[in-house]
Design a binder for this molecule. Structure first.
Ligand SMILES: [Zn+2]
Ligand SMILES: [Zn+2]
Length: 778
């Protein structure tokens, strides 16, 4: 009996069947079809594979056993940048194929597939750079596993004709490789060689193509500034050890104090100068090649990180970067975006010629268009995970998976770190980082990118989610679409974005500590303790608001906010104390600020946590005037005295957090000459105590145990790591950001989630009403 069954089973296994596989996810432009081809052949399957707007479709004929092996290999051996989100397999009729083929792409309109982010040059291509005759020293070398993707794509499916590579005709050698299934460049859309591909040139200078990497290296070593066209835009480069060059670059770029990113040739060099932990090493060397914030060991030129304890470091990701380092004497170059302060990065050598020549001594470009602009991404590692600060090259436009139906929703994002999101099926497709929309050029970039994304991903939006703030330009764009609008409160969107990326769809405790965002009472919020789900929120606790004398000016002059807090909690008494931070402020200015507070003139009320951090940074003298966005909180965090456990006191009355005791105690410490680092530590510890205290109160009242952390303040590593640790120690389940920034760059995702949840609720209500009106309806 047993034997018979076994025999029957094996006969079943040998029987030929046919299957159609629909694979959805990041499967185009990452070497997926050649990979499928290889594993299908290796497992003896017949049939075909093709790209289409649904993703990749595979048709296989063979035994059940062969199919199982194929499925196993599909997941176990897939290319590094590939991501399978959905796999659907159905059995079909046998067609009797005799071999396995890669078919021409098909376009099934209205459905989409995903676009791969750009991928750093792979090690095999770097080896080919030294040995493959037609590509010796050819800086545009790439293969199916590496090279430009998102930045050159104009339309889907991802084929050469839909990229900016279509301007270059493949030579016979490249065409052979492109068509040879056994070649690593089989269907590598940007394939090219010295004969047929793009080339670098130096603007208005006669430098032979082959000499360009050497020339760049020479210029940098000589202390010059070079503009170099990259994957998603230009960079400005100079030697990171030569203070004069770095300061000149800062000056010409109008970049006041913001730290600048640095490229180093390899991990060994990085480790000599910076502390690198294992998880940081992994991210630094990943195919995404982001800028990673690392702790300084031996600093570079002081102007690079400008007094902060970390520096943004990245490794080479384009062939020319490696070629430059072959000739460079220095092992660290400033590698900052090729723009003037606050403007979008320059992508076109013709249109941007003025900026490029104004800043750089030499301009190096190449003759292929950048279609989609993308800055370098920035992240830090905290509590064992990547925390994005700027999400762009190497990450965009990878989607975030959703548990809700997001189809047809456009989420406009905020204003400062602009980025929008499109809802498609159960995904959110986030744009690359766009920048401060108040700048006209940046707003143009925003609307251009939004139009392109809508075409690329074939979205006809039917619902738009925007910030409550009536003046945000992102909202203007959304309103111009002429569709239904949902307004989402800024900090609710923050919490919702963190919930969405963590797959939460329930009531949670949400802590949103942030700079600025309009509240539903017309004041500025930013220290929210919410009890909320995706569609509704209840504001349980927040800081007692203070006036911001001078409105927006407080972001550049944190001393104004410090004065406002002191006045709120001590009255004019503090003036007699002659606190050192006011030494640089003229008596007239101080009088004016006091008057603005008293008379409530141009002094909007704010409960934003960012302003509280500003005030403490000013009070301690760490940052009385701020040269760039969030400088004050960054300096305050950088000053924290390690291993300090003490803290200040506060009160909570009727849902308002009163900081009278905190400010009294800080002033007392200042007058006793305590160091700023101690005060910074005690202040941060007070905030941590507040999180824990209020989360406990909310848990007690609601029985809810999930805490969601979001808002720009959680870019503060000390706060993020310690709050997770402390809350987890108390048995809370803590959720924080990993896929999108906790700053305003992640807002669009939250708006999308709120809009999707409200739409679902509305649909449910409509169904119910319908049932009520028609009692006979089943
Ligand atoms: Zn490669
Ligand atoms: Zn060629």
């Amino acid at each position: 009996m047993v034997r018979n069954r076994r025999m029957r089973k094996s006969a079943e296994e040998d029987q030929t069947i046919a299957c159609e596989w629909h694979i959805n996810g990041l499967v185009q432009g990452v070497g997926f079809r050649p990979f499928v081809y290889r594993i299908a052949r290796a497992n003896g399957l017949k049939g075909w594979v093709e790209n289409n707007n649904l993703g990749v479709t595979v048709f296989t004929e063979g035994s059940r056993q062969q199919m199982d092996a194929f499925r196993r290999d599909l997941f176990a051996q897939k290319p590094e940048a590939a991501r399978i989100i959905n796999l659907n397999v159905k059995e079909c009729n046998i067609q009797g194929y005799t071999d396995f083929q890669i078919r021409k792409s098909h376009n099934y309109s209205d459905h989409i597939t995903l676009v791969s982010p750009d991928i750093a040059v792979c090690s095999e291509c770097l080896a080919d750079l030294k040995r493959q005759p037609h590509r010796i020293d050819y800086p545009f070398i790439n293969c199916t596993n590496c090279g430009p993707r998102f930045t050159i794509v104009r339309d889907l499916p991802y084929d050469r004709i839909n990229t900016t590579m279509d301007a270059f005709e493949m030579c016979p050698v490249c065409r052979n490789e492109y068509q040879d299934i056994n070649d690593r460049r089989f269907h590598a859309q940007p394939v090219s060689c010295r004969q047929c591909g793009p080339v670098y040139k130096v603007m208005n200078e006669d430098v032979a193509t082959a000499e360009i990497p050497r020339a760049i290296a020479q210029w940098i070593d000589d202390g010059k500034i070079v503009a170099l066209k990259g994957l998603g835009g230009f960079h400005f480069l100079c030697d990171a050890y030569q203070s004069e060059a770095v300061e000149l670059l800062r000056q010409r770029k109008h970049r006041d104090g913001k730290p600048m990113a640095v490229m180093m040739p390899d991990l060994d060099s990085v480790k000599k100068r910076f502390f690198v932990y294992d998880d940081e090493e992994k991210v630094l060397t990943s195919w995404r090649r982001p800028i990673v914030l690392l702790k300084n060991k031996f600093p570079l030129a002081p102007a690079v990180s400008n007094g902060l304890v970390t520096t943004g470091i990245m490794l080479p990701y384009m062939p020319i970067h490696y070629q430059m380092f072959d000739f460079l004497k220095t092992d660290a170059i400033v590698f900052t975006s090729g723009n003037l302060s606050e403007e979008p990065v320059t992508i076109d050598e013709t249109q941007g010629v003025d900026v490029l020549q104004q800043v750089a001594d030499h301009v190096v470009f190449y003759n292929r268009d950048i279609h989609n602009r993308a800055d370098d991404s920035v992240l830090m590692l905290a509590y064992g995970h990547e925390r994005l600060i700027r999400r762009s090259r190497g990450y965009a436009p990878e989607p975030v998976l959703f548990h809700l139906d997001t189809e047809g929703i456009f989420a406009a994002g905020a204003e400062l770190a602009g980025a929008f999101a499109l809802g498609k099926g159960n995904m959110a497709i986030l744009s690359q980082h766009i920048g401060d929309l108040k700048n006209a050029e940046t707003y143009d970039f925003y609307s251009e990118a939004a139009n392109r994304f809508r075409n690329l991903f074939r979205l006809k939006p039917s619902l738009a989610a925007i910030d409550l703030h009536p003046d945000y330009l992102s909202g203007n764009y959304a309103r111009s679409l002429g569709i239904e609008i949902i307004e989402v409160q800024h900090h609710h969107a923050h919490i919702a974005s963190c919930m969405a990326e963590n797959g939460l769809d329930e009531k949670v405790i949400g802590i949103a500590f942030d700079g600025t965002g309009l509240g539903d009472d017309g004041s500025i919020w930013g220290s929210e303790f919410f009890l909320c789900d995706l569609s509704h929120y209840e504001r349980k606790f927040s800081l007692l608001p203070v006036p911001l004398p001078g409105g927006d000016r407080v972001t550049e002059e944190p001393w104004r906010t410090a004065v406002s807090f002191l006045y709120q909690y001590m009255g004019k008494e503090f003036i007699a104390l002659k606190l050192p931070f006011l030494e640089t402020v003229s008596p007239e200015e101080l009088q004016w600020v006091l008057l603005a507070i008293e008379k409530k003139m141009n002094a909007p009320l704010s409960s934003g946590a960012g302003r509280l951090f500003d005030a403490v940074a000013a009070l301690t003298g760490l940052c009385v005037y701020s040269g760039f966005h969030a400088e004050a909180p960054m300096r305050l965090e950088a000053a924290i005295l390690p291993d300090c456990k003490s803290k200040y006191l506060y009160d909570v009355v009727d849902g308002k957090i009163i900081l009278r005791k905190l400010f009294y105690l800080i002033v007392k410490d200042l007058r006793e000459g305590k160091p700023a680092g101690l005060i910074a530590a005690k202040f941060h510890n007070t905030m941590l105590a507040l999180f824990v205290d209020l989360a406990k109160r909310m848990r007690k009242e609601s029985g809810i145990n999930k805490v969601v952390l979001s808002g720009g303040t959680f870019q503060n590593r000390y706060l993020l790591e310690n709050s997770i640790q402390l809350l987890e120690n108390l048995g809370f389940e803590v959720f924080s950001h990993r896929q999108v920034p906790s700053n305003d760059g992640g807002i669009a995702l939250g708006q999308l989630a709120v809009a999707a949840a409200l739409r679902r609720e509305k649909q449910k209500n409509e169904e119910q009403t319908e049932n009520n009106v028609n009692p006979f309806k089943r």
